[in-house]
Design a protein around this ligand. Structure first.
Ligand code: GZL
Length: 335
């Protein structure tokens, strides 16, 4: 199972100068800069998972805004949730000789070959948001992102509060909407949730059905409709992200049930639409997963380019929200 370790890495080399190459759905997000020392602006190649959710859109906006603020030349590509598009984007950044490559890997496996090509060209790689499984720790410098296993644990713990508050008695029959199959957040959120279930709820909680909704609203709606047909006695939904929960709410209401009452809902992310659904009483609690990684990413890119030592995992700060906190929190939500 995927595990991430906190350890300091050695300083990394600086990238080569680049040539020219096209890349799927790429755009240069930032103008070149005054780098302060009169040197050449940092060129960052960034491969994004896609645009599957509100979280992803906020993450993209944060990366582009922070690159512009930092004065970096950003080469950005949207992989439309396909690993092969990410691999070809990374290859094009290698060909262009960018200073640093950063990406959010859509799934955890299948990256060693292309990361070895970047290493051969001495282009350092930074992971953001999601991690990879690799036997060669030298293939990337650091991960800037959340602890998804802990998010899963937090989801189970806040579900305890939701059940108590709702006065739900008897068997807790849980439907789980999983994220993208093979993605670190899907693997690790399920793992963390199960850890708490196994430790504290062996006798009263049961995940009666679990399937991927691919982190999208359409996926959540479609899979929840199927869940309600096969398991009409579901009384809890654990969704790996708000977008799938929002899609599921449509199917729950279409089935004549009340989301947040007949079926208690806990989800992860904390996007604005998730908070709106919470303020309407349709989602009972949300575990926050912060997408605003841009500033931390640009800071670490500069350090990596300058050959400084950086921590192996730069975690993001995030909180948990019960339904009665939603209305007050909404005005200050940044994504
Ligand atoms: C989590 C991120 C996940 C979000 C989803 O860091 O990778 O992908 O939870 C997004 O909303 O699609």
């Amino acid at each position: 199972m995927l595990s991430r370790r906190n350890f300091l890495t050695a300083a990394v080399g600086v990238a080569a100068a680049g040539g020219l190459a096209a890349c799927a759905k790429e755009d240069d997000g930032a103008s070149s800069s005054s780098s302060g020392d009169g040197g050449k602006a940092i060129t960052l190649g960034f491969s994004q998972v896609g645009s599957e959710s509100g979280w992803r859109s906020a993450n993209t906006d944060s990366v582009k805004a922070a690159a512009k603020e930092a004065g970096y030349t950003l080469k950005f590509s949207d992989a439309q949730q396909k690993q092969e598009n990410q691999i070809s984007a990374i290859r094009s950044y290698i060909t262009q000789g960018v200073d640093v490559i950063a990406f959010s890997p859509v799934v955890v496996t299948g990256w060693d070959a292309v990361l070895k090509e970047a290493k051969a060209k001495k282009i350092p790689v930074v992971l953001t948001d999601r991690s990879v499984e690799t036997s060669d720790e030298s293939l990337y410098v650091t991960l800037v992102g959340s602890d998804f296993t802990d998010e899963g644990r937090r989801a189970a713990k806040i579900l305890e509060k939701v059940i108590a508050k709702a006065g739900l008695k008897g068997a807790v029959k849980i439907a789980q909407l999983e994220g993208t199959t093979g993605a670190a957040p899907a693997i690790e959120r399920a793992k963390g949730f199960k850890e708490v279930m196994d430790a504290s709820h062996k006798d009263d909680w049961k995940v009666v059905v679990s399937q991927t909704g691919d982190f999208t609203r359409a996926g959540g709606k479609q899979v929840m409709a199927a869940f309600l047909t096969s398991n009409p006695d579901i009384n809890v939904l654990f969704a790996h992200n708000d977008d799938m929960a929002i899609g599921a709410i449509q199917s729950i209401e279409a089935a004549g049930k009340k989301p947040g009452k007949d079926i208690l809902i806990v989800s992860i992310d904390g996007v604005k639409d998730g908070f709106v659904a919470m303020s309407e009483g349709k989602i009972n609690a949300i575990v926050e997963c912060n997408p605003l990684l841009g500033p931390q990413l640009m800071d670490v890119v500069k350090k990596v380019k300058d050959g400084e030592t950086v921590e192996r995992w730069i975690k993001t700060e995030e909180g948990d929200f019960m339904q009665d906190q939603a209305a007050a929190a909404l005005p200050s939500r940044k994504y």
